[in-house]
Write a protein that binds this ligand. Structure first.
Ligand SMILES: [Zn+2]
Length: 889
């Protein structure tokens, strides 16, 4: 590994890669690379499950690899990969409406062109002809060739014709619960977001629309707070005097006391005023106590959600709900569906972790419960659609941190969680992540489930959510070349429009941390030598310009199974399989667009077993097809042969089976009494949403965590590493006149050196080691029982042994010691491109107050056998046996 540090980041040219023979997949998404757009879509925006597309349906079936595109239109990218902007209209095909791209065929005189997607010959519009410099002059560098003819991805500014309504100023509105801890972090988030938006707005690199004043699109930030008894809005006059506006009807018809325009602060001109107000809020709240009218002891988070909608629906915008509770009162209230006894009944468990629906109460019996759940389902579905239609994107930060002593009623209830009379610590309260997540996913937002240790990361999470690359009012459309069609989408953010042949997704806001999966299939037509895919994403940019981001991907086709395997993209395939498996859970959350679909989705019964069986069958099918239809058929039958490009596929499938998305919460033959269920339903639902939307760079890391040995870290690990300059890259002649220096700078950018990874297995750990485990949403620092005290005291700057239960558990690394500061740098490097800052959990082996965390850590040693699953070695043996059975048949 150390040699990699000396070389520059590899450069990937997506067009050159296609014409190379044999075609190979792009670099894995989690590795560093730099893309030079030489006329084909960057893998950051578009990946295919294979880069040698099967030329017939028959071959596709023989191979068994699902054909799919993974789309991240707003992916993060280094500055040198900026997307060129086209300010003139781009010619479109008269039949399929595809856009001109580097792969259309021009007539020699430029007066006509053949669409690479539908093969129609189009006459060039005279106005376009003026910009067009086709064919022969292409090689002449003095001629300015339109960007859309030379780049795989371009941003085309399209103007008002593509607007559904007048462009709106970006509005960010927070609803913050007034409970201790949460309020302070929520208010801090308001200020952080306002500062971040101001910095982005002031940034000189921001593209400015030619015909609009940028001030019109300066974002505003506002907030209100809520308690069990009221919603509190604040306004501020020019003299700085604050008025508090109360809404005490939190049950029947809550509303926003102020329109977003009056509650919001311009982040450029009024940031100071906002900060002053935020500082006054805690005392304003204590001055205006409000007696509860509804006798509801819980914070009115349902009323807060409705008020966010009321405030943002007229204009669209982004809402942030920060709360500790699911709604328990009024029209969005959700009953407690988690029941400890239902974990033993697989069917009942599925209805607990799915969004509430008309079958949820089937296990309770009684027509009234069914009716109530049906009403709740309808309330959520119609509200989600109303928000999506109004271009409101909603984030929910759920922080179930209230001390939860069970009520007298719960203590008496044998089905309550935890079991009556048990010694388990009180679990975090149930918050119905599944149903609330349906609001965030339909609107393109994110659902965050924050444990109390992660609360301090809330402001950074909100900042990231507000300022990461994104497009508002987005419509994603995929067009394909002859012989291929879009079959549909796996569960995706936003709303899928089936009336458009299922090939369009509409979402209020789409961001860098959301990847869509578009499933492809062959149709009856014959394919040509290349397969083409064009993804056009219409969106409003942060500077208020209606834009279409057009990415066109060409990949070669093949009649050989061997080629399809060799060119398959492991991460894209793993993401597709895991997303498809979720469909078997019956986990849906969006109101389907047609009534027949509603029928289908509510009657199709999902199960963990179906999802798991699907994954194992898909793996066995792919590997046995490899044996049957490629040169691997020559190999001895008692060997397990894996395709080179898919060497880690079995490891991924096993790790995913062990993940909280699809593993069983109770192992076979264990009872609820003897074993607390893991995962609980909220953790599972949250992980399912992550699985369906996460960018590909995290697909593997989510299920197969990286572990680093801290005690054997070399002296230069955690320090800034300067790449040796070898005197030039591989030439950047295809960069179309744009600075090659940027590419050079990116490939040789200094970085923090990381320690080597070790396998996530107990056998890799020594008795006296200290280990860092990166589980994407949390970092565990695992300190073994015999770890040397000199190491732990350097890490945390403490003198007492951590194994002693009276020593308080340290919560942060010491930034002043050598080891502590280098480990902080390592963690920073690992998480710098993540959607979320990552809390650090210190786990001391054998300490009672670490037992929950220790179990979580052990469950992530996915190469080992667990109480749920076999070890990796045993899994391979079992899979091999299944393949041999198939091979014989
Ligand atoms: Zn066409």
């Amino acid at each position: 590994m150390s040699d990699n540090y000396r070389t520059r980041k590899p450069i990937y040219r997506p067009r050159a890669a296609i014409v190379s023979s044999p075609p190979l997949p792009p670099p894995p998404p989690s590795t560093p690379y730099v893309v030079v757009d030489d006329g084909n879509a960057s893998p950051r925006y578009m990946r295919s499950t294979t880069y040698a597309f099967p030329s017939t349906h028959k071959l596709a079936v023989q191979v068994g690899i699902p054909l799919a595109l993974l789309l991240t239109p707003f992916a993060e990218r280094p500055p040198c990969e900026s997307v060129p902007i086209v300010r003139s209209p781009v010619a479109r095909c008269g039949r399929c409406r595809g856009y001109v791209n580097p792969w259309v065929r021009w007539d020699p005189d430029g007066r006509g062109w053949e669409c690479n997607l539908c093969l129609k010959h189009n006459a060039t519009d005279p106005s376009y002809l003026k910009r067009n410099t086709p064919g022969g002059s292409r090689g002449n560098s003095a001629v300015d060739v339109p960007y859309e003819q030379t780049f795989g991805t371009v941003d085309v500014e399209v103007g008002d014709d593509y607007c559904v309504r007048e462009l709106q100023r970006p509005i960010h509105m927070f609803g913050i619960e007034e409970s201790e801890g949460v309020l302070a972090h929520g208010l801090e988030a308001v200020v952080e977001v306002a500062k971040g938006l101001k910095a982005a707005f002031d940034s000189p690199s921001k593209p400015i629309s030619e015909n609009d004043s940028p001030e019109r699109f300066c974002p505003t930030v506002g907030f209100f707070t809520f308690s069990p008894s009221c919603l509190r809005f604040f306004s501020c006059n020019d003299a700085g005097e604050v008025s508090v506006h109360l809404v005490t009807d939190v049950k029947d018809s809550p509303f926003a006391a102020l329109p977003a325009s009056a509650a919001g602060f311009d982040v450029v001109s009024s940031l100071d005023k906002l900060q002053e107000l935020v500082e006054k809020v805690p005392s304003l709240i204590s001055q205006h106590t409000v007696p509860s009218r509804s006798n509801n002891p819980e914070p009115c988070s349902g009323a807060a959600i409705l008020a966010l909608g009321d405030s943002l629906l007229p204009t669209g915008g982004k809402g942030y709900l920060i709360t500790t509770m699911r709604p328990t009162c009024g029209s969005l209230s959700l009953r407690k569906r988690e029941n400890r006894n239902h974990y033993v009944d697989r069917d009942a468990e599925v209805s607990m972790f799915s969004p509430i629906n008309e079958r949820s109460a089937v296990h309770l019996g009684g027509a009234q419960a069914l009716e109530e759940d049906k009403a709740a389902m309808e309330a959520y579905e119609s509200f989600a659609r109303e928000l999506a239609k109004g271009m409101v994107c909603l984030d929910i930060f759920m922080c179930p941190t209230r001390p939860s002593a069970p009520s007298a009623q719960e203590r008496a209830d044998p089905a309550a969680y935890p079991a009556a009379g048990s010694n388990e610590p009180p679990p975090t309260p149930y918050c119905d992540a599944a149903t609330l997540g349906s609001l965030t996913s339909t609107t393109g937002g994110s659902f965050y489930l924050l444990q109390s240790s992660s609360l301090p990361t809330l402001p950074a999470l909100a900042l990231r959510s507000a300022t990461r690359p994104h497009g508002n009012e987005a419509v994603v459309k995929v067009r394909t070349s002859v012989g291929i069609q879009v079959k549909g989408w796996t569960f995706s953010p936003g709303i899928v429009h089936t009336s458009m042949g299922g090939s369009e997704v509409e979402v209020p806001s789409l961001d860098a941390d959301k990847t869509l999966c578009c499933i492809l299939e062959h149709d009856s037509a014959k394919m040509s030598a290349n397969a083409y895919f064009q993804c056009a994403t219409l969106f409003t940019s942060t500077s208020g310009v209606r834009t279409v981001r057009i990415s066109t991907l060409a990949i070669s086709t093949t009649a050989e199974a061997q080629d399809v395997f060799r060119a398959s993209d492991q991460d894209a395939l793993c993401a597709t399989l895991s997303r498809k498996s979720v469909e078997f859970l019956g986990f849906y959350s969006r109101a389907p667009s047609s009534s027949s679909e509603i029928l289908k989705s509510t009657t199709a019964k999902g199960s963990l077993l179906k999802a798991r069986t699907f994954l194992i069958n898909a793996l066995v099918n792919i590997l046995s097809n490899y044996r049957k239809y490629t040169q691997a058929s020559q190999s001895p039958k008692d060997q397990l042969i894996l395709p080179d490009a898919l060497k880690l596929l079995p490891l991924f499938i096993l790790s995913f089976l062990k993940s909280s998305a699809v593993r069983c919460s109770l192992p076979k033959s264990r009872t609820v009494k003897s074993h607390p269920p893991s995962p609980r339903v909220d953790a599972r639902a949250t992980r399912i949403y992550d699985t369906c939307f996460a960018p590909l760079s995290l697909t593997f890391a989510f299920v197969h965590p990286n572990i680093y040995d801290v005690t054997t870290m070399e002296k230069d690990v955690g320090l800034l590493y300067q790449v040796e300059n070898d005197g030039g890259g591989d030439g950047t002649e295809n960069n179309h006149g744009r600075s090659t220096l940027d590419v050079d700078e990116e490939t040789t950018r200094p970085f923090i050196k990381l320690p080597p990874t070790i396998l996530p297995s107990m056998t890799s750990l020594t008795q006296d080691g200290v280990y860092l485990m990166d589980a994407v949403d949390v970092m565990y620092l695992y300190i073994t029982r015999l770890a040397q005290q000199s190491v732990t005291s350097e890490l945390f700057n403490v003198d007492t042994p951590l194994g002693d239960p009276s020593t308080p558990l340290p919560t942060a690394l010491s930034p002043v010691s050598d080891l502590g500061s280098r480990l902080i740098a390592v963690i920073g490097e690992l998480t710098k491109e993540r959607s979320a800052p990552c809390p650090l959990e210190v786990v001391v082996q054998g300490r009672e107050d670490c037992s929950v965390l220790e179990n979580q850590f052990n469950a992530l040693l996915v190469d080992d056998s667990t109480i749920h699953e076999v070890s990796y070695i045993d899994f391979l043996v079992a899979i091999h046996r299944k393949i041999q059975e198939q091979y014989v048949n």
